[in-house]
Design a protein around this ligand. Structure first.
Ligand code: ATP
Ligand code: MG
Length: 396
């Protein structure tokens, strides 16, 4: 059993000692079999949420109605979810209530794909009633049960299928793929927040190009926020090596650049992204646009900062245009005489004093010109030099 399971093993043993069944389930078991890095370790149990809470000193109720309790053990959070079925589905969304059951197999049956429906007991034995291991060996994503039925229950699963293609470099089993092609429009019933989570994971996967290709081929893309574009436009996105970007914010910027979409704010608001992300993406796109027209310059690196410059350079690399050496950007940044207005040895008060003038729009204008002259190296960041420069400006 791999290292991430060792600590939470104690939770499973504790539950078993009190007469309950408990297993590792979901992504961690899948990734351990594949040999990928293991993320969150989740546990499924026959104990009811209240029983789980009674057993462990530190728990957080994160959704008792869905059967999930977080157990904090040695400072780490573990999701412990009661075996459940999801009962009836309404409006193609997750049900608002679930039924707790006593059978592991039924719990595995409600899970989306066979690769995600594998359990492991405390001895490391695998319980795999839906042949998830075979699917892992064949590298296919296939729904547990009939694909079209499973997508009617919860249409988000179509997006999940495609994000697993991206993350695991697997392919979609034929029936699962056909069902996505047929039922894409069901995605409109799913909340944007849930779609965004899956889409961002897709953007960051190693095989995101394959995922984009599936979105195009099944036309699922056209049911995603802000993506009601032509097939031709969408297919342009297939030319980029998305996985070479470092952060999802860079991927959002590349998406807008690739689609030639200038409505950055409304595009990203439709995906319900945070204002912080929107601001960052806006910066990336505007720096990129400036580089395309004017090229790189110390001024640009000063204006946007080294972090944004490096991010935009990665975008340039992926687009295949205007990329420069990363070390050049770092060096130019290091050699900049100032990194912000605060670094100038003179302030507005000094200038008003020297010229015996009250503040006003003229002052901010002058400060801006001064900043530019210092960054370009025309003016030294030195009090006497700046004073002389200010006085000469005042005579004009
Ligand atoms: P990751 O490594 O990205 O967390 P994961 O497989 O653990 O991948 P989660 O979203 O954390 O994905 O979900 C945990 C498990 O819950 C899944 O492995 C799957 O068994 C089940 N699951 C999650 N979402 C759904 C869904 N929409 N329908 C059915 N089962 C789901
Ligand atoms: Mg998970």
């Amino acid at each position: 059993m791999r290292e991430p399971f060792i600590q939470p093993l104690t939770i499973i043993k504790e539950l078993e000692q009190h007469g309950y069944e408990a297993y590792f389930v979901g992504g961690a078991v899948r990734d351990s079999i594949i040999g990928r890095e293991i993320g969150d370790v989740d546990i499924a149990t026959s104990a009811k949420p209240k029983e789980v809470m009674a057993l462990f000193p530190k728990t957080i109720d994160v959704g008792i109605e869905h059967g999930t309790v977080v157990v904090l053990y040695k400072g780490e959070p573990y999701e412990v979810t009661t075996f459940r079925t999801e009962g009836t589905y309404e409006d193609f969304r997750r049900p608002s209530s679930v039924q707790f059951i006593s059978s592991l197999k039924e719990d595995l049956q409600r899970r989306d794909f066979t690769i995600n429906a594998i359990a492991m007991n405390r001895h490391g034995d695998i319980i795999d009633p839906f042949n998830g291991i075979e699917a892992i060996e064949k590298k296919v994503i296939v729904t547990v049960g009939e694909a079209s039925e499973r997508f009617h229950e919860d249409a988000l699963r179509m997006m999940r299928a495609i994000r697993f293609v991206s993350q695991l470099s697997f392919t979609l089993e034929e029936e699962t793929r056909q069902a996505i092609r047929q039922h894409g429009s069901l995605l409109q019933h799913v909340s944007v927040e849930r779609i965004t989570v899956e889409f961002e994971k897709m953007l960051q996967g190693d095989s995101s190009v394959q995922a984009f290709s599936l979105l195009a081929e099944t036309k699922l893309y056209s049911f995603l926020p802000s993506l009601q574009v032509s097939d031709n436009t969408f297919s342009k996105l297939l030319q980029y090596k998305w996985h070479l970007l470092q952060h999802v914010t860079e991927s959002w910027a590349l998406l807008l650049i690739g689609l030639h979409n200038q409505q950055i704010e409304s595009f990203l608001k439709n995906w319900k992204l945070s204002n912080k992300t929107i601001k960052e993406v806006r910066d990336y796109v505007s720096a990129y646009t400036q580089i395309r027209t004017e090229g790189w310059s110390p001024q640009l690196i000063y204006t946007y900062g080294v972090h944004t410059s490096l991010a935009v350079n990665r975008i340039c690399y992926v687009v295949g245009e205007h990329e420069v050496d990363e070390s050049w950007i770092k060096q130019v940044n290091q050699e900049l005489p100032i990194h912000s207005l605060q670094d100038i040895v003179v302030n507005g008060a000094d200038i008003m004093n020297w010229l015996n003038k009250k503040g006003g729009p003229w002052l901010s204008e002058l400060l801006r010109t001064m900043e530019q002259s210092i960054v370009s190296g025309e003016l030294k960041n030195d009090k006497d030099a700046i004073r002389e420069w200010v006085q000469s400006c005042n005579q004009i």
